[in-house]
Design a protein around this ligand. Structure first.
Ligand code: SF4
Length: 340
């Protein structure tokens, strides 16, 4: 499959008055053309910083270091701000959690829709306005002609998020990065927005990176999933690998905290005890060691590599080493949470 994005050995840290926060500590992954990749993990695990580093949208105290970031085969890691501006909005679209902070309250939805389109596509105002009406219709906003002339405060939360999606898709980007796009919405609207992203993906063949803390959100949309913890990818694989054959204790913890829609009776969800590691002084060993039920001596001393399992399924856990002593116990645990 052809890759639209390839990120190699990305490290991002933030300079603060108490030291450097190592938010992303060597992340390598790719996204194929037209596919949806989920990046899942608790807040502070480095998932949003990874994407903001790729887009070069971080504050001045950020330091990004990487081998390469290939977008359509071209290394964009060395691009100037001007070159990045040309890519952002046109070839890479973005949707954020809170549309109110991304939409400008002083401009109508129509004005915000046509701005980037006119700039990137060198289109006339009339052409851009027509395209805007078409996009609002495509994302399911009724009476798009009328809605074009309204301001963000005249839209409901779900409609604002739809408008944001329309804005980010105006130039028909090849890659759409959606950072917690449904977190601020109620469950029904959340399902509608995810359905919408799914249908747009198949209509426009847009590749999507969906960033979320909620494994349940990625289940329906994403064919592959990266699970992040403590600034590194701890497990990666197909959605089936992660949901049915997960091999990392952190993934099991995430699965236990997601309600199973197939279960009729009320399910007891189990949160993961403990706190994520302090990334000012990241542990030398496994970042999950303090919260893991299977911690061994080696876990405290050495960061596990991403062990290759099969067909692109990888897990950064010493239990996947061929000589791991506690693997049977771990597999029993997997059976307990598996079979969803
Ligand atoms: Fe747990 Fe060790 Fe695996 Fe880390 S490497 S998840 S501490 S068993």
């Amino acid at each position: 499959m052809e890759k639209i994005l390839e990120v190699k050995e990305l490290k991002t840290s933030f300079k603060t008055h108490i030291g450097d926060v190592k938010a992303v500590r060597g992340v390598t992954f790719h996204v194929n053309k037209g596919e949806a990749l989920g990046i899942v993990g608790e807040s502070g695990c480095g998932k949003s910083v990874t994407m903001m580093s790729i887009m070069k949208l971080l504050a001045e105290n950020a330091k990004i270091d990487c081998k390469e970031i290939l977008f359509n085969g071209e290394d964009i890691s060395k691009y100037s701000e001007k070159q990045m501006e040309e890519i952002r909005g046109e070839k890479m679209g973005m949707i954020f959690q809170d549309p109110m902070t991304s939409l400008n309250p002083l401009y109508t939805i129509g004005e915000q829709l046509i701005e980037h389109y006119m700039k990137h596509k060198k289109a006339s105002k009339k052409e851009a306005w027509e395209k805007g009406i078409e996009m609002l219709g495509l994302v399911g906003i009724p009476s798009p002609e009328k809605r074009m002339k309204q301001y963000p405060h005249e839209f409901s939360g779900g409609m604002r998020q739809r408008a944001m999606i329309a804005i980010s898709l105006m130039c028909e980007p090849e890659l759409l990065i959606a950072d917690e796009p449904t977190t601020a919405l109620d469950v029904t609207i959340q399902a509608q927005i995810l359905d919408l992203m799914k249908s747009l993906k198949s209509k426009l063949n847009t590749a999507i990176i969906l960033i979320t803390h909620d494994l349940g959100v990625v289940a329906d949309l994403c064919s592959r999933i990266n699970v992040m913890y403590g600034g590194v990818i701890v497990e990666t694989g197909s959605a089936e690998d992660i949901f049915y054959r997960g091999k990392h204790p952190y993934t099991w913890g995430l699965l236990k905290s997601v309600p199973d829609p197939m279960k009729k009776e009320k399910e007891k969800l189990i949160p993961i005890d403990g706190q994520p590691p302090d990334l000012l002084k990241p542990p030398v060993g496994c970042p999950f060691a303090d919260r893991c039920d299977y911690t061994m001596k080696i876990c405290m001393e050495n960061l596990p590599p991403l062990f290759d399992l099969e067909d692109g399924h990888k897990s950064r856990c010493w239990l996947c080493h061929k000589n791991a002593p506690k693997v049977d116990r771990a597999l029993n645990e997997l059976e307990k949470v598996g079979g969803r």
